[in-house]
Design a protein around this ligand. Structure first.
Ligand code: SF4
Length: 405
């Protein structure tokens, strides 16, 4: 991958942006120096081919779930460092994410052609999708979306012939270039299904150093890669819905910090080592995180066998705090039918792992009131029995009701 740096250059960049004796996590703008700026000036994130689209995208994608109208500098710095794949959705920040991107393109219209722009629809009916697409185009001051996703697909029944016809029509009208979906629930089944369809161009899925190790996921990703579907990983650094400040996290941090990586950088590098993945979409709400991730992207070194063992040991030790998104198991358990357990686990992950209480409670409050009532009075023993991770579902749902409702 062109644009990468070797170990010596990587460490030099880190040294330049890091205060003595501290990790790159601490490398905020406040600690930047002229040397740091010089070291970062020529850095460009590498690119990979996005499935059969023929388009090369930056391997790091800027996730748009932050206050973009008030953080325009983030977009500028992302462009400077070659992070040209931008991801948003009609619903992010109640439309503010797209509005913020539109503000940027209005000021810098020449930037639009550099950006591979992705947005998403929560509607599934053709009329609703058309309405949302037009709203996205208007908000982002653009005539086209590069890749348009159905947002948060959790069942194959959502990928219909109607949707296919809609996508073909939107492509013919040149309003979108490519079409696909995002998913954090029942991913393997959805990938297997999409690989056979022939009209899905891209998929963004929850994918990390844990999920990439399972046989079914490996095969599902393989099937998509062979079918020419571009793959974007997300939630790559996210932990579980339970506590994330444990002894195990400290052990993981200790191993990687000694090598010059933060645990977050190591988790990104693990997924980039899978060449079938074109890009990782990461929420980077400030320059510290953007810089940390950019440095990981340009580092040319592979994780060692010992690094992988450390990640695997960590995955095993923290299994009972991590949700795999296999909602078809717990959500069909007796007494829990139709309850969005996997979603609640994800919202709690936003709170505990991302530290984003506003996002977590915003999502939780979007659940219909009858569902929230059922969650409050639900019995989750049967769901816990089928959960392969052994998650204390009942306890986590209670925490969600208490802290997010
Ligand atoms: S079965 Fe367990 S791991 Fe799978 S979605 Fe449900 S809570 Fe998460």
């Amino acid at each position: 991958m062109a644009g990468r740096v070797d170990r010596r250059q990587f460490l030099a960049s880190l040294a330049a942006v890091t205060v003595a004796g501290s990790s790159v996590i601490a490398a905020g703008e406040q600690t930047s120096t002229p040397q740091a700026a010089a070291a970062l000036k020529d850095i460009r994130v590498p690119r990979r081919r996005y499935g059969r689209t023929g388009v090369d995208v930056s391997i790091l994608s800027l996730g748009g779930m932050f206050d973009i109208p008030n953080n325009q500098l983030m977009l500028k710095k992302a462009l400077d460092w070659g992070v040209t794949y931008w991801d948003t959705a009609d619903c992010y920040g109640n439309g503010q994410s797209e509005t913020g991107i539109g503000m940027f393109f209005e000021k810098m219209p020449e930037a639009r052609k550099q950006v591979f722009l992705v947005t998403k629809s929560d509607r599934r009916d053709p009329a609703g999708m058309t309405e949302l697409l037009h709203r996205s185009l208007e908000r982002m001051k653009t005539d086209w979306i590069d890749l348009y996703f159905l947002h948060g697909v959790s069942s194959t029944s959502e990928i219909t012939d109607e949707v296919k016809a809609w996508a073909e029509n939107a492509k013919a009208e040149k309003k979108i270039r490519f079409f696909g979906f995002s998913t954090h629930k029942n991913m393997e089944e959805l990938l297997e299904y999409a690989a056979k369809l022939g009209w899905i161009d891209g998929i963004m899925l929850k994918y990390d150093y844990r999920l990439m190790q399972t046989d079914r996921m490996r095969k599902a990703i393989d099937a998509c890669a062979k079918a020419g579907i571009g793959i974007t990983a997300m939630k790559t650094q996210g932990g579980g819905p339970v506590r994330t400040d444990t002894e195990e996290e400290l052990k993981l941090a200790g191993h990687f910090l000694a090598k010059g990586y933060t645990p977050g950088q190591a988790k990104l590098k693990a997924v980039w080592q899978d060449e079938r993945v074109a890009a990782i979409c990461s929420q980077m709400p400030n320059l510290v995180i953007l810089k940390e991730n950019v440095l990981a992207a340009v580092d040319n070194n592979k994780l060692t066998a010992e690094d992988w063992k450390t990640l695997e040991r960590h995955a095993v030790a923290t299994a009972s705090s991590y949700c795999r998104g296999c909602g078809h198991l717990c959500e069909s358990a007796q007494g829990c039918e139709g309850l969005p357990i996997a979603d609640v686990m994800r919202y709690m992950m936003y709170k505990t792992s991302y530290g984003d209480l506003a996002l977590a409670s915003g999502k939780f409050r979007e659940l219909p009131s009858d569902i929230r009532r059922r969650l409050a009075h639900g019995a989750f023993e049967n769901a816990e029995k089928v959960c392969p991770q052994g998650l204390p579902i009942s306890e986590i749902v209670q925490q969600a009701l208490k802290s997010l409702a």
